[in-house]
Design a protein around this ligand. Structure first.
Ligand SMILES: Nc1ncnc2c1ncn2[C@@H]1O[C@H](COP(=O)(O)OP(=O)(O)OP(=O)(O)O)[C@@H](O)[C@H]1O
Ligand SMILES: [Mg+2]
Length: 223
């Protein structure tokens, strides 16, 4: 079982959106996936309730969890067959962030390429380096074509000692609307641009965390 944490020291950078959509993409790809929501505001917990009310499948599994219970819940999820757990945290909640970083195999930090958000990354990256924790900034841009802006942001992040995920992830209304309906974009608009790009981000992440390509294995088994 692999654990991926979403953290940032600033709020509202896109952690819950990324956690939900990556969990749905991983579920679609055949992995038993769970999200533990360590944020007292419980955005993912609320999404899970919306999902239940709408009669949508209980996968990915999602629940609210206090930091002190994370280790136990991870053990229970592993015993229950979970292959991937995403930990969503609150910006500024030091206890939850420390717990999530400690438990994670890899940390993702969503960030828009704006001075306002980039300027908050220094302490986050310094802490992850001090903890010797593998981490990537997941740049969320407004346009996939804005390669110059992403290039400048990547240079700034690398100067601060961070690495940027190579998969392109953008700001699209579909991400927001899907969540409002208790879905991920891959369920809400499976053939639209947001789904195509989040699947690419998932495939990149899958390789980074060393998870198997379940669909390819199943296809090979059928040959
Ligand atoms: N890729 C995206 N496309 C469109 N909207 C997005 C995207 N990512 C995040 N948002 C929007 O930005 C806002 C903040 O996102 P989100 O709640 O995921 O951030 P967060 O880091 O989890 O915030 P908090 O620190 O408060 O938990 C939300 O309104 C969300 O709909
Ligand atoms: Mg959140």
């Amino acid at each position: 079982m692999k654990v991926v944490a979403l953290t940032s020291d600033k709020g509202g950078m896109g952690k819950s959106t990324a956690a939900i959509n990556l969990a749905c993409a991983a579920t679609e790809a055949g992995l038993e996936t769970a999200i533990l929501d360590l944020d007292p505001q419980a955005s993912v917990g609320r999404w899970a309730r919306l999902r239940k009310k709408a009669g949508l499948p209980p996968r990915p599994f999602a629940e609210v969890c206090v930091p002190i219970d994370v280790e136990d819940r991870l053990g229970e999820l592993k015993d229950a067959g979970a292959q991937l757990v995403l930990l969503d945290t609150a910006g500024r909640d030091n206890n939850a962030i420390t717990t999530a970083i400690g438990a994670a195999d890899l940390v993702l930090i969503p960030c828009h390429p704006t001075d306002l958000e980039l300027s908050t990354l220094g302490p986050t990256l310094a802490r992850l380096r001090a903890d010797n924790k593998r981490h990537f900034v997941l740049l969320i841009d407004w346009s996939a074509g804005a390669s110059r802006r992403r290039g400048d942001a990547t240079t700034a992040i690398e100067r601060a000692g961070g690495r940027v995920a190579p998969a392109i992830y953008t700001h699209r209304a579909d991400y927001r609307v899907a969540i409002e309906q208790g879905q991920g974009v891959t369920e809400f608009q499976p053939h639209q641009a947001a789904s195509i790009e989040i699947r690419k981000v998932w495939r990149w992440l899958r390789v980074e965390i060393g998870m198997p390509d379940i669909a390819a294995l199943a296809a090979a088994g059928r040959e």
